[in-house]
Write a protein that binds this ligand. Structure first.
Ligand code: ZN
Length: 340
């Protein structure tokens, strides 16, 4: 192949030295540019040459053009490959490299306490029953012996969707539903779950909270059976040195009714700041199931009787962990939650 004036040789050398696309482009313009490129200029006076020389020069120019184009393409590919290799070196992801360790969460303290309570009572033969949080007025009040106009309704005032439908104010409706479903005693159930009341949030109460209630329906049950169950539960949760006492109270759905207290774990019942010098901490309510409530659940109160109790899980957790503000359980503050 002829190389007039060594054009191709010069061009290939320049291409070989180019380090970037921009440098390559300069070389391309210098040699192949339409107006002032070396190859074009070579051909500019071709018209004045005799025919034989004309043909030879035309061929030489075409050969030079093709050779330069091929060299440019090859060098571009080389530069691109080098760029990619460089990228692979500096930015590659090593799939075998171990990632940073994931932080492990843990069960929320209220769930921990609820599960402990469930475990203790399941060991006594109680079964967990759940029910809807949106209840009818009948299950929330009427069936529990709290008819319309009863002053006790005020203590369980909740949030209504309609006059007939509300967020349950306690988990007790689950007991009615369970009696209706199981029909034939003995019945030993606990019903944990969320309840709602129209209370403004403060250190000791919230408009939503969790309860665990228990219900036993059998033959010849006594207050002694009730108290023994509560004592076993409290001692399993807080230790064998704790005592339980019941005080007469009033609930529409039990007769007789009691509040139940647990002896203060800090002073052992002697009285201290934490128990407001009473020696006892209030935990919940309990009593023997009112015959009308059994009837509403479809159970014959002349053949069967029962006892029931209920308390707030938050309250139990506060006693267990010396927490003095119920709102802390729901604020999702990790500094608080990580302690449990
Ligand atoms: Zn005390």
């Amino acid at each position: 192949m002829s190389d007039p004036l060594g054009l191709t040789t010069q061009a290939l050398a320049a291409i070989g030295q180019a380090r970037t696309d921009e440098e390559l482009e300069k070389v391309e313009v210098e040699y192949l540019g339409r107006k002032s490129g070396h190859v074009s200029r070579l051909l500019s006076n071709i018209g004045s040459l005799p025919p034989a020389e004309k043909a030879a020069l035309g061929k030489a120019a075409n050969d030079a053009k093709r050779a330069i184009e091929a060299a440019l393409a090859a060098r571009r590919a080389e530069l691109e490959a080098a760029r990619l290799a460089d990228l692979a070196e500096t930015e590659a992801i090593d799939m075998t490299f171990p990632g940073p360790p994931l932080k492990r969460g843990h069960i929320h303290v209220l769930t921990q306490v609820r599960r402990e309570i469930e475990t203790v009572l399941e060991s006594l033969g109680y079964k967990v029953e759940l029910g809807p949080e949106v209840e009818t007025e009948w299950y929330n009040f009427e069936a529990l012996n709290i008819p319309a106009g009863h002053p006790a309704r005020e203590a369980w005032d909740s949030f209504y969707f309609s006059p007939e439908l509300l967020l349950r104010a306690h988990t007790s409706p689950v007991q009615i539903r369970a009696m209706q479903r199981i029909k034939e005693p003995p019945i030993y159930i606990i019903n944990p779950g969320r309840a709602y009341r129209r209370d403004p949030p403060e250190a000791t109460r919230l408009p939503y909270f969790s309860q665990v209630e228990g219900l036993a329906v059998d033959k010849g049950l006594t207050v002694g059976d009730l108290k023994g169950t509560l004592l076993y539960m409290i001692q399993s949760l807080y230790g064998r040195d704790r005592k339980v006492r019941v005080r007469p109270s009033y609930f529409p759905f039990t007769e007789p009714s009691f509040e139940f207290d647990v002896s203060c774990g800090i002073c052992g019942g002697m009285g201290c700041k934490s128990c407001r010098h009473k020696g006892w901490l209030e935990v919940g309510g309990c009593g023997m199931v009112h015959p009308q409530v059994l009837r509403n659940g479809g159970i014959d109160p002349t053949r069967w009787n029962g006892y029931a109790w209920g308390f707030g899980i938050e309250r139990m957790a506060m006693l267990k962990h010396d927490v003095d503000d119920i709102r802390l359980f729901y604020e999702s503050d990790l500094r608080f939650l990580e302690q449990f």
